[in-house]
Ligand binder design. Structure first.
Ligand code: NAD
Ligand code: TYD
Length: 363
């Protein structure tokens, strides 16, 4: 049976991708994940274990990756593994360099070594899909055209810089060594299984537990939102029909100011799970200190993938956000289990809760 190797498949997008892949194809998935704070075996509880091989390990472990390639002979790799949270990259960039830069380098080298030993036919059909972000392009002014694939790289956060570096490595391994790579640069995702350190799940989880809803600065920063399963369908399409060596920007034409996103979540919760005092969740909104170097606006021009590969998102922002809020309402146990001591420590440190409040949260 043919298989693909997915890295980082216990995280938010990777797990959604693996679950979708198992539902929609009859191929196996080898899933290599380090299980950092963001990786969670619970995310894969619905995976068909007959076609899903989970391997706990690091993409930077070249010997492990080489042995997995030799053993499973995957026809493709989809590389999701990364440190992914901008705020964490500001507090501590080191792991972002280790995984996003050095890890990607080691993974590319292991793949190069393996392909070098293989048959020409295997080399011709093999694909390496590198999953990246729109944040590598930097920040747009209001009214500037959205990012196309030829927009210059201009990363501003340690996270964005580390992803930009990984994109450059992937590109160079294609141009120099002929590795059959494709890169996707996607806008902000949201949906089920999203770790509640990012804006949308944090807002839902905090709202339901009566906590403040932190909005950085003036809340007018703009992000371009895509429902996670639409990102997964774009990656599948790129893997299936994308041109080797090309980059595809992925987005749903859904630019929203952060405050608008938070207000929309509050309105959905007001309807679906009204507060016991009858007041709106919007009363919990709290403007807090801005993120250093905060990018003002991201926007993706998705015309290339639409035109060349016929990809289109299935969800609007309204339908996707409703599904997302409903998923968090339906899965309190998942939320409870990811809110470990390490999660609470991060929230307390990052939002500088007074010690008494942090202790209460950890209790
Ligand atoms: P995530 O943080 O939820 O998950 C990352 C996963 O990678 C976790 O399961 C983690 O355990 C694993 N991992 C981390 N370091 C590893 C290592 N060294 N070896 C093996 N596994 C490792 O991230 P996500 O939001 O699912 O993002 C997945 C990918 O998509 C990332 O590359 C990210 O840059 C990219 N991306 C994310 C978004 C978004 O909005 N979340 C948008 C565009 C692109
Ligand atoms: P985030 O979900 O961290 O994604 P990214 O920084 O990769 O875009 O943040 C989305 C936007 O929401 C970003 O402009 C920062 C902002 N934000 C807040 O206003 N408050 C928060 O508590 C968080 C986590 C993010």
């Amino acid at each position: 049976m043919s298989s693909i190797l997915v890295t980082g498949g216990a995280g938010f997008i990777g797990a959604n991708f693996v679950l979708d892949w198992l539902r929609r194809t009859d191929e196996s998935v080898v899933n290599l994940d380090k299980l950092t704070y963001a990786g969670n075996r619970d995310n894969l509880a619905q995976a068909d274990e007959r076609r899903h091989v989970f391997v706990h390990g690091d993409i930077a472990d070249a010997a492990l990756v080489s042995s997995l390639l030799a053993q499973h002979r995957p026809r493709a790799i989809v590389n999701f593994a990364a440190e992914s949270h901008v705020d964490r990259s500001i507090h501590g960039p080191s792991e972002f360099i280790d995984t996003n830069v050095v890890g990607t380098f080691r993974l590319l080298e292991a793949v190069r070594g393996w392909l070098g030993q293989g048959a020409a036919a295997q080399q011709a059909s093999f694909r390496f899909v590198h999953v990246s972000t729109d944040e590598v392009y930097g920040s747009l002014q209001p009214g500037e055209p959205a990012f196309t694939e030829t927009h210059p790289y201009d990363p501003n956060s340690p996270y964005a810089a580390s992803k930009a570096a990984s994109d450059h490595l992937v590109r160079a391994w294609h141009h120099t060594y002929g590795l059959p790579v494709l890169t996707t640069n996607c806008s902000n995702n949201y949906g089920p299984l999203h770790f509640p350190e990012k804006l949308i799940p944090l807002t839902i989880v905090n709202a339901l537990s009566g906590k403040p809803l932190p909005v950085y600065g003036d809340g007018l920063q703009v992000r371009d939102w895509l429902y996670v399963t639409d990102h997964c369908s774009a990656i599948r399409r790129v893997l299936e029909a994308g041109r080797v060596g090309e980059t595809y920007n992925v987005g749903g034409w859904n630019e929203k100011a952060n405050i608008e996103v938070v207000r929309s979540i509050c309105a959905l919760l007001d309807a679906l799970r009204p507060r016991s005092d009858g007041r709106s969740y919007a009363e919990q909104i709290a403007f807090v200190q801005d993120r250093p170097g905060h990018d003002r606006r991201y926007a993706i021009d998705a015309r290339k993938i639409e035109r060349e590969l016929g990809w289109k998102p299935a969800e609007s922002f309204e339908s996707g956000l409703r599904k997302t809020v409903q998923w968090y309402l339906d899965n309190p146990e998942w939320v409870r289990r990811v809110q470990t001591g390490a999660y609470r420590e991060w929230i307390a440190r990052h939002y500088q809760q007074p010690p008494a409040e942090a202790a209460a949260a950890a209790a």
